[in-house]
Design a protein around this ligand. Structure first.
Ligand code: ATP
Ligand code: MG
Length: 561
């Protein structure tokens, strides 16, 4: 679909309508507001593409705002990782902001609220306050501290700030309505005491503002016009607006919160907290483990930014939560890699083939096209000799007509090379085939222009020359969870569904052109899938990750439905 014919999603429509109703493009400003308590995941990619996409569309600035109000969970290394990932996805933020930049302003505004009689310090136990909250069907009861004098509240709040109270002993609450049908409006907490050093403000503060008090006011300070968040904040909108009412000045842009559905991906979990559990319990090897649904994990696995953006674009923005099958994500990376990466040959499960009529000690270099999709990728030379490896699964002593690979008495073509015919095979004591003896047709070399070179045989196999092959560690990945939706079971924890076989490490043999491959370089191993050099790779010790196989399971799912 072209940019113009593509219909607007409901979020884009909200912006478009606002532009009809008095907003100008100059008023538009968006933000992406991650909490630096973990790495970004594929769910965040939707939010990033939405907010930065709107910025590009309207030529409006987009802030990267770290929502860093909980020093117990947030760390500088997460800030660094988030910045790296947003940049890698291809987006540029206008300014880098931190909610913690606004701690003083938020404090000053809280004092204003106290002076207006709209906030008070409560020193009841949290159990007591919880009891007074009521239930969705019963109104709450007012705190005995609700009507403290302004002077007393100011003094207590200052004492909170000065570190005179213990954690959990005092909170500042907004004085709203203990009978509201929206439980969040029943005198919500604005500040709590936390004697923890913050990764940016260190020990300057020992009171920290709550999300609701922070988010809208930060949007307001930055003059964000549209604040898009996920559906679980829908009920918070009333409070977002109430807090804004307290500080809003007429000539300013008034931020508007709107909600869209969280994106969930099958066979994984998209929650920083749960992903942190996988890291902490060493279920995976860090946040960037190629099995993780994090942006860093996907990058290490071999995903391209384009494939992730295209995925986010395809699934779009929805009003209701739903589960996206991971094979759709795989479809997008396969589609992109198919266009851009060179083809090479690598054998994952080797079986030795001896070409008995090829002179011993002889070798030759065959010219191979790097990609049928892109001539600009050029050609390379691949060595051929008397002994080669093929894939074990590509040989059978005898098989039916549908087996277009190598079987005794039949021919196949070696990719970029000759036609060979299987004559005999050798087995070990257990009856496993350990070597196949073949003859080759010397006139059948691909691209040589002879009649024989054009001869069609059913079946083309990839191979590597034994003498020239480079052993490489190859990491094959499977789904991290055996269940489609591991974190939606009432009676079972998501950790119970971990797939014990999500990683298989094997030694494969790759053609020598890969000897100098660098981390993050991507290839198609012909007939085997897409592979990417892992950062663990070293000169003389190659390590590859399989990004995705060649088979398109997404298309199959589509056919079925
Ligand atoms: P997590 O539970 O993984 O920590 P979060 O919502 O707490 O998620 P934030 O760092 O607060 O994470 O998220 C930053 C932005 O990304 C928010 O606007 C949030 O709504 C959005 N977001 C987070 N997860 C998803 C998701 N799965 N799908 C779409 N948007 C998401
Ligand atoms: Mg969060």
């Amino acid at each position: 679909m072209s940019e113009t014919s593509k219909s607007l999603n409901f979020i884009e429509q909200i912006v478009a309508e606002d532009l009809q109703k008095g907003y100008t493009e100059k008023d538009l400003r968006f933000r992406f507001p991650p909490e630096p308590n973990g790495y970004l995941h594929i769910g965040h990619a939707s939010s990033i593409c939405l907010n930065f996409g709107l910025g590009l569309k309207h030529n409006a600035p987009v802030n990267l705002r770290f929502d860093d109000t909980n020093p117990a969970k947030e760390e500088q290394r997460f800030v660094d990782a988030i910045k790296r990932d947003v940049e890698w996805l291809g987006f540029k933020w206008d300014t880098e902001r931190y909610a913690s930049d606004y701690f003083q302003q938020l404090y000053d505004w809280a004092v204003v609220l106290i002076k207006k009689g709209k906030a008070y310090v409560d020193d009841q136990s949290s159990e007591e306050m919880a009891k007074q909250k009521g239930t969705p069907t019963e109104p709450g009861t007012e705190s005995p501290n609700r009507n403290r004098s302004v002077e007393e509240n100011l003094a207590l709040f200052e004492a909170m700030k000065n570190g005179e109270f213990e954690e959990g002993s005092h909170v500042l609450r907004a004085k709203i309505d203990m009978t509201s049908s929206n439980m969040l409006m029943r005198d919500p907490i604005m500040y709590r005491v936390l004697h923890k050093a913050h990764h940016r403000t260190d020990t300057n503060w020992c009171i920290y503002p709550m999300y609701d008090w922070t988010h809208g006011e930060s949007d307001y300070i930055e003059q964000v016009s549209h604040s898009f968040c996920t559906l679980e904040f829908a009920m918070h909108r009333e409070l977002y607006d109430w807090f804004l009412d307290q500080v809003y000045e007429a000539d300013k842009v008034r931020p508007k919160q709107r909600e869209f559905a969280r994106r969930n991906l099958s066979h994984t979990v998209v929650s920083k907290r749960k992903l942190a559990q996988l890291v902490e319990q060493n279920i995976v090897n860090g946040w960037d483990d190629p099995r993780m649904p994090t942006i860093s994990g996907l990058r290490r696995r071999g995903y391209t930014p384009e494939s992730i953006r295209n995925f986010a674009d395809t699934i779009g923005i929805a009003k209701r939560d739903n589960l996206i099958d991971v094979s759709l994500l795989e479809f997008h990376v396969r589609e992109h890699l198919n266009k851009i990466v060179p083809r090479v040959m690598g054998v994952l499960d080797p079986l030795k083939v001896v070409i008995t009529n090829y002179p011993e000690g002889q070798e030759e270099w065959l010219t191979a096209e790097n990609s049928p999709e892109d001539e600009a990728l050029g050609t390379r030379e691949v060595p051929f000799s008397r002994e080669i490896y093929i894939e074990k699964a590509d040989f059978k002593e005898a098989a039916n007509k549908k087996f277009f690979r190598l079987k005794l008495g039949h021919e196949v073509r070696l990719k970029n090379g000759y036609i060979i015919k299987a004559e005999s095979c050798t087995k070990d004591a257990d009856g496993n085939v350990v070597e196949v003896q073949c003859t080759y047709d010397p006139k059948s070399k691909s691209g040589s222009g002879t009649e024989e070179s054009l001869r069609k045989v059913k079946g083309t196999l990839h191979w590597v020359s034994v003498k020239h092959a480079i052993p490489a560690e190859i990491r094959l990945y499977d789904r991290l969870f055996t269940d489609e939706s591991p974190d939606t079971h009432k009676d079972k924890d998501f950790m119970e569904f971990i797939n014990p076989n999500s990683l298989e490490v094997i030694t494969g043999y790759v053609e020598p052109s890969l000897a100098t491959a660098k981390p993050q370089e991507r290839f198609q191993f012909q007939r085997m899938g897409y592979f990417c050099v892992d950062p663990d790779s070293q000169p003389g010790k190659l390590v590859f990750n399989r990004t995705v196989g060649l088979r398109d399971s997404w298309a199959k799912i589509q056919e079925k439905s």
